[in-house]
Write a protein that binds this ligand. Structure first.
Ligand code: C5P
Length: 234
C-alpha cells in the first residue's frame, strides 16, 4: 500500500467541506478523513459524494461495542466503499475479528481496518488511576497493536513517536497512520506530541493525517503539496 497524506476534513457541514475541497479540483483528488461530527451531521451521503468526486475516504468513527453490533455496523460502512475505517482496540480481539468479518465483501475485497490503541488525550496517570490499567502507556499501546495484528487488522492509528515501537513489535508491513503533524516553522495548536512530515517518513509512518496545517493555511493547496513533498521524497 503506497504511502500518502490524508487531509483531516474537520468541518461542521457539507458546504464547508466541499468549498474547501473545490480548491483541489484539477489536482489528483486528495485522500481525506472525515470524523464523527461531519458524518453525524451529514450522514452516509457525504461519503458517497466524496467518493463520486474521486477522493479516497478514511471514515474515522472509532467503533467500540459488542462484536455482533460492530460486525453489522461495519457491513453498512463497507457498502459505502470507504477506504479506511477504524475501531478501538480496547473492544478486544473478538470484537476486532467481528469488525473484519462485517467489512469483507462478497467479492473478497474490503476497506482497510485499523485500530486506535490509546487516544493521545489519555495520559498514563489517568489510565492507571481511572481505568485501573497498571501497565505503562507504551506497553499498553504495543499490546493493543499486537492484539490488532492478531485479529488480522491492517494497522493502527498512533502518534508518530509511537510508530517505531509499533513497527518493531508488529512488523514493518503493519500500517501506522499518524496524526500530530506540524511543519517545523508552525504552531503546535492543541497537539502535544508532534512531528514534521519529513520526520514522520523517517520514523516509518505509512499515512500522515494532517488537519489544520492544511485546512487553516492561507493557501491550502500549497500546504498540502508541501506535506506531500516532505513526506514522500525518497
Ligand atoms: O488539525 P490537526 O492536524 O491537529 O488534526 C489532526 C486530526 O487527527 C484530527 O482530526 C484529530 O481528531 C485526529 N487525531 C489526532 N490524534 C489522535 C487521533 C486522531 O489528532 N490520536
Amino acid at each position: 500500500m503506497a504511502k500518502d497524506v490524508i487531509i483531516a476534513c474537520d468541518f461542521a457541514g457539507r458546504k464547508e467541506t466541499l468549498d474547501f475541497l473545490d480548491a483541489f479540483r484539477g489536482e489528483a483528488a486528495p485522500f481525506v478523513k472525515i470524523g464523527m461530527e461531519l458524518f453525524y451531521a451529514e450522514g452516509p451521503e457525504m461519503v458517497r459524494e466524496l467518493k463520486r468526486r474521486g477522493h479516497r475516504v478514511f471514515l474515522d468513527l472509532k467503533l467500540h461495542d459488542i462484536p455482533n453490533t460492530v460486525k453489522k455496523a461495519m457491513r453498512v460502512l463497507s457498502a459505502l466503499e470507504v477506504d479506511i475505517v477504524n475501531v478501538h482496540a480496547a473492544g478486544t480481539v473478538e470484537m476486532m475479528r467481528a469488525a473484519l468479518e462485517g467489512l469483507s465483501r462478497e467479492d473478497g475485497t474490503r476497506p482497510l481496518l485499523i485500530a486506535v490503541t490509546q487516544l493521545t488525550s489519555t495520559s498514563e496517570e489517568r489510565m492507571q488511576r481511572e481505568l485501573l490499567i497498571g501497565a505503562g502507556i507504551n506497553e499498553t499501546i504495543v499490546r493493543y497493536a499486537q492484539n490488532a495484528r492478531e485479529a488480522g487488522l491492517d494497522g493502527v492509528v498512533c502518534s508518530p513517536l509511537e510508530a517505531a515501537l509499533v513497527k518493531k513489535a508488529c512488523g514493518a508491513d503493519f500500517l501506522t497512520v499518524t496524526p500530530g503533524i506540524r511543519f517545523a516553522d508552525a504552531a503546535a495548536d492543541d497537539q502535544v506530541r508532534i512531528t514534521t512530515p519529513a520526520r514522520a517518513r523517517e520514523i516509518g509512518s505509512d499515512y500522515i493525517v494532517v488537519g489544520r496545517p492544511v485546512t487553516a493555511a492561507p493557501d491550502p493547496v500549497a500546504a498540502y503539496r508541501r506535506c506531500l513533498t516532505d513526506f514522500l521524497q525518497a
